[in-house]
Design a protein around this ligand. Structure first.
Ligand SMILES: Nc1nc2c(ncn2[C@@H]2O[C@H](COP(=O)(O)OP(=O)(O)OP(=O)(O)O)[C@@H](O)[C@H]2O)c(=O)[nH]1
Ligand SMILES: [Mg+2]
Length: 377
């Protein structure tokens, strides 16, 4: 087949309008970073941005998220450009989603919020039973309030409070079904979690210390695990490439023994707590680790707020008190001046510079791990 006919046979990517509501005082850099991240997520999922729309507003519209003038404008453009999705860079309230769908569904367009997009990426990347179950749990939790909203709406249309129309009964059935499914999934995850817990206990009994790699998505966590331990793990230039938890062994020369290093799902800003909670089982290695390696992409201009996002998730997981080594990765991509700037800024955190890709400074990293592990016992 010729190149041309091959290209013609490829399904075209869905066309998307990205929409963001930002505080009027937000700097252009910040608002650009927000939309760039949404676009990265979309590209990872497989989509094509036809236009970005930003509205400056202190508080998003209570009913439709987007203000009415802007909404009408987007509806016109969406039809002109024949888009498939309206992607909202936030977490929509059920009522906002309901009202936006009322505008766009009649044109055959779907409305997704950021969590919908992340969950669909998760679903695409999931390879293990555990990840699949956790994603389903997260989806059900994201869906729950929306179903409740639909129920309320059908009841209203049915003639007011007290009317028990067929629609409402169906919604009740759906809600019950969701609750039951949630319980089933939770018990299946618990079984996997118990099994893992047993494995962790055995490792402890055998005297292994554990180090958990944490960091923003795409920082190079899996690359570090792969090159430090030789473990064959998925490394990919996309967001949320890793959704499970992997463990490898690394030899600490000055100790003359090995420790265990785990890698897991990356973090991103605005992740709702129930989503992190759904991944509790995967994050168990992190929660249980002796020390944390916070991997940071040192070539990323947005590293400062990403470091904060990761530290906040770590605190929310109850791991705020664990020793943390700040590992600035990808130093092969930055110059001396940029390195010095990081050194000054993060002086208090004793930054360590590595290239996970080129295995630069691995000996120093192992030394630091050894020191930290010694200091906790
Ligand atoms: N140049 C350079 N690229 C790197 C380095 N470390 C990782 N990368 C690249 O960065 C991209 C992301 O790497 P991963 O290891 O998959 O990142 P991750 O943090 O595990 O990402 P998620 O699992 O998606 O959260 C890949 O294309 C890697 O090859 C590095 O030291 N230098
Ligand atoms: Mg990874």
């Amino acid at each position: 087949m010729s190149q041309k006919s091959k290209a013609q046979n490829q399904p075209s990517l869905p066309k998307v309008i990205l929409v963001d509501i930002i505080e009027p005082k937000m700097s252009p850099d910040d608002s650009l970073a927000r939309l760039n991240e949404l676009e990265r997520l979309l590209t990872t999922y497989g989509g094509f941005v036809v236009i970005r729309k930003i509205q400056k507003k202190q508080i998003p519209n209570y009913k439709t998220y987007i203000g009415s003038g802007k909404l009408a404008e987007i509806e016109v453009i969406a039809q002109e450009k024949k888009v498939d999705y309206i992607m909202i860079n936030n977490i929509l309230k059920p009522e906002q989603l309901y009202n936006l769908e009322a505008v766009f569904e009649k044109h055959g367009m779907k409305v997704w919020d950021k969590i919908d997009l992340i969950l669909e990426i998760f679903a695409k990347h999931a390879t293990t039973k555990e990840a699949t179950l956790q994603i389903e749990l997260a989806k059900l939790r994201h869906l729950g309030p929306r179903i409740a909203k639909m129920g309320g709406e059908l009841m209203r249309q049915g003639g007011g409070i007290g009317t028990r129309g067929q629609g409402e009964t169906n919604i009740e059935v759906m809600k019950r079904h969701i609750r039951k499914r949630e319980e089933t999934i939770k018990s299946q995850i618990e079984k996997i979690e118990m099994n893992r817990g047993g494995q962790r206990m055995r490792r402890r009994v055998h005297g292994f210390k554990t180090v958990a790699i944490v960091g923003y998505t795409n920082a190079g966590k899996s690359q570090l695990l792969k090159n430090l331990t030789g473990k064959d793990v998925k490394v990919k230039d996309e967001l949320f490439a890793t959704l499970d938890s992997r463990i490898g062994k690394v030899h600490l020369p000055s100790e003359g023994k090995e420790c265990l290093i785990s890698d897991t799902i990356g973090f991103i800003r605005d992740l709702p707590p129930q989503l992190i909670d759904a991944f509790h089982s995967t994050l168990a290695e992190t929660i249980d680790a002796d020390i944390l390696l916070h991997v940071i992409d040192s070539s990323d201009l947005d590293m400062e707020w990403k470091i904060e996002v990761v530290n906040e998730v770590i605190r929310n997981l109850g791991c705020g008190a664990k020793p943390m080594i700040y590992v600035f990765n990808k130093i092969d991509l930055i110059n001396q001046a940029a390195k010095e700037e990081i050194e000054t800024k993060y002086h208090a955190q004793s930054p360590l510079f590595v290239s996970a890709l080129n295995k630069t400074n691995f000996e120093k990293l192992k030394e630091q791990i050894t020191l930290e592990l010694k200091s906790i016992h």
